[in-house]
Design a protein around this ligand. Structure first.
Ligand SMILES: [Ca+2]
Length: 472
């Protein structure tokens, strides 16, 4: 194998067309796929659904993003097909579920849910968006088309537990909307006793939401433009703000944001749901969201020895997220693989991954004139940057890990088509639940290593455990 450092998609595509490399390992924006590539019979393009998604996350510790109605309003009002079309030239599909379809049966996405789907946010539905805003108390009190929120503290009023829905009046954005018969109102959001708050115009604040996204990305600018338009359609004054990626991360960490667009990867099973656990570090650095029922379901997923019980808990947990929308999942884009087929055959396209994965170098082969596989040959792959470390224990750099993945072997791998664990250095393993004297329940993994014809006393052998499932 030979790695060539080629910064930028154009250099990588040029190099592939000239035959200097055999496969592009980097992310390819669909806008780069032109007729030259499409018409080259030595080059193949294939797609696979990414194990991840683009979304808008909310900081649920700040007003107004702490109101579910405001978060759901975006989910309802946004047009998810439009985002996939504009940002990805349709190399993308809308999704609602927090676990992408690439994790198979664990996902509640409509196409593979084992239960009746909870509903869909795919199509823009400003009526339901408006409805959810009204239920949580976002009200266009001065009838100018933008919603306000009653500032109880300034008015010297404390919220009451009782809500008299008969006091609602028609909404300026949707005069036909009937909300008086609705149930499930958030008791913390409204005090309509005596109808006094509706006459006190000075105590209503206009609602404003800023949505962050990185600068220089057409995908980010598309999502931000569509999101602000969606909010405008339901009377929320939303503004897009483009910042550097470093600034975005800092603002997330500091809780200095209301909403932000970025991407997530979830490679396996239900692991991503853990990131939304109340005390999880990812949650503490992004959503600051808490839901005791969701936490309990995660415990079931983590500890249940019964597949169906864990599966049902996963479905229930995703349904809570579907209603609560601490993050509005928007699209599941396709990963585009571009590679030459004139030399090597047998490329592997794993579920949710690209052709340039750990499996292709193991499986590709040259062929003789009769098409019979022959050994040998040099597979050439591009790298965006040079390596910063050759030590797998001290790097999290994607370029480093990509190369190191070909150098270091693991105890087990994932089957590329089913994503189930398969034996590798370990030929078998056993999972046992043990109780220490402290009463603490622990999971113990016992590996039976393959007999390897290597010269070693194993004194320097170490097991390095990396967590891959936390989404960030
Ligand atoms: Ca208004």
């Amino acid at each position: 194998m030979l790695f060539k450092i080629l910064p930028g998609v154009q250099a990588q595509l040029d190099s592939l067309i000239k035959g200097d490399i055999d496969v592009i390992s980097q992310f390819i924006n669909p806008n780069w796929i032109n007729d030259t590539i499409l018409n080259d019979c030595n080059i193949t393009i294939s797609t696979t659904r990414r194990a991840g998604f683009g979304h808008v996350s909310f900081n649920t510790a700040t007003w107004p993003a702490n109101q579910r109605g405001l978060r759901r309003a975006l989910a309802f009002a946004i047009g998810k097909y439009a985002i996939s079309e504009i940002a990805y030239n349709n190399y993308s599909r809308p999704i609602d579920a927090t676990l992408t379809p690439s994790v198979g049966t664990w996902s509640i996405e409509h196409e593979n849910s084992s239960r009746q789907p909870v509903g869909s946010y795919y199509l823009p539905d400003s009526l339901r968006g408006n409805h959810n805003l009204l239920l949580d108390g976002f009200y266009d009190i001065d009838q100018d088309g933008w919603r306000e929120w009653f500032n109880a503290a300034r008015a010297g009023i404390s919220w009451k537990e009782t809500v008299n829905t008969s006091k609602f009046t028609p909404d300026s954005k949707n005069p036909d909307l009937i909300v008086a018969s609705e149930t499930g109102l958030n008791p913390s959001s409204f005090d309509v006793l005596n109808n006094t708050i509706f006459s006190d115009l000075t105590s209503w604040d206009e609602v404003k939401v800023t949505i962050l996204g990185t600068s220089g990305s057409t995908i980010a600018s598309t999502v931000l433009a569509q999101s602000t338009l969606a909010y405008h359609s339901v009377g929320i004054k939303a503004t897009a703000q483009h910042v550097s990626f470093a600034n975005l991360i800092t603002r997330l960490d500091n809780g200095d944001f209301e909403a932000a667009f970025f991407g997530f990867t979830n490679r396996s099973g239900t692991g991503f749901l853990e990131a939304l656990r109340t005390n999880h570090s990812t949650n503490a650095g992004i959503w600051r969201w808490s839901n005791a029922t969701h936490d309990k379901l995660l415990d079931v997923i983590a500890t249940s020895p019964f597949f169906s019980e864990a599966l049902n808990a996963s479905i229930d947990a995703q349904e809570i997220l579907w209603y609560e929308q601490p993050l509005v999942v928007m699209y599941n884009n396709l990963l585009i693989s571009v590679y030459r087929v004139d030399k090597f055959k047998g490329w592997v396209k794993p579920l949710g991954g690209k052709v340039a994965s750990e499996w292709s170098p193991l499986k590709v082969h040259l062929t003789d004139l009769n098409g019979t596989p022959i050994s040998g040959g040099q597979l050439r792959i591009d790298l965006e940057y040079s390596m910063s470390s050759q030590n797998p224990l001290n790097t999290a750099d994607t370029t480093d890990l990509e190369v190191l993945g070909y150098i270091y072997d693991t105890l087990w791998k994932r089957d590329p088509y089913t994503l189930q664990p398969i034996p590798w250095l370990a030929k078998d393993w056993d999972i046992q639940f043990v109780n220490k004297t402290t009463g603490e329940a622990l999971t113990a993994l016992f590996f039976k290593l393959r007999y390897l014809r290597i010269t070693s006393d194993f004194s320097s052998m170490m097991v390095h455990v990396r967590r891959h499932d936390e989404g960030s």
